[in-house]
Design a protein around this ligand. Sequence first.
Ligand SMILES: [Zn+2]
Length: 288
Amino acid sequence: MNSANEKKLAKRATELGNSADPKAFPELAQLVVSKSPQVRRLAASAIGKLAGIVPATAAVDALHSLLRDEHPQVRQYSAKALGAFGVAAKAALPDLRDLYSNPVERDYVKRSVLAAGKLIRAAVDIAERQVIHYCQRCGVKLEPDEYVRSQKAFQRSFCNYCFDEVFLERRNFETKVQLQKNIRAKDGTWVQSDGERIICEILAAEKIHYRYDERFRILDGYAIRPDFYLPEFDVYIEYWGMDTADYKIGMLKKQQLYQQQGKRLISLYPDDKPLMSEVLLDKLAKFT
Ligand SMILES: [Zn+2]
């Protein structure tokens, strides 16, 4: 790009940013893909100045893609501009976090990224507090803190009273699960069902290292307890035979979560029992 043209476009970007014109966005959307980093940077800055004036979704999308710009100052200015969009920029938070934790990112970019992230998170927080939530167990209106607390712990909305009740129920359930492990596999592992015993014995016979009944891990905010994990294969096995207590989220939801998180899951069912070894090894072979 010749420098006269670059100057002209840079000037235009600045003008648009000061225009307070709701129709300025389409032209800025052209400028953010300019070959000149100087023009891209000024266009990003201009979009930020028009937060609340131009359509937020399109503007945020444009800025969001500039976070991957090869030029650090363009990344810096698009981060700054995203901060001005508040809640509308929520989807950019993971990418801002990645930029911030990137060891080779420039410090001045990181500072802008951090400031923008704080602004967006604060705006999201305020928006969430303005929504009225009700306890899904007893129906009372929740205080914001109650909502945050129970969402964090259970991904559910409970008042403090119900929170404690549910917490106790779950602890009792944990104890019950331990007591239910009353079947012993040949390798000494205590399990909860005959299907699980067969799986243990197949894995042991094949000398496949496994962990049974791992503690919870969090997938997408849900607490999940896999039945078996095979570290050498990075594969989970779930045996869907047992009708466990109510809090275990449904089978379909759970399978969907594994999928969404890119986890490799082998599902086995009571019908597989007669040919369990063939079915299991066959499914496992697909992951090797
Ligand atoms: Zn309640």
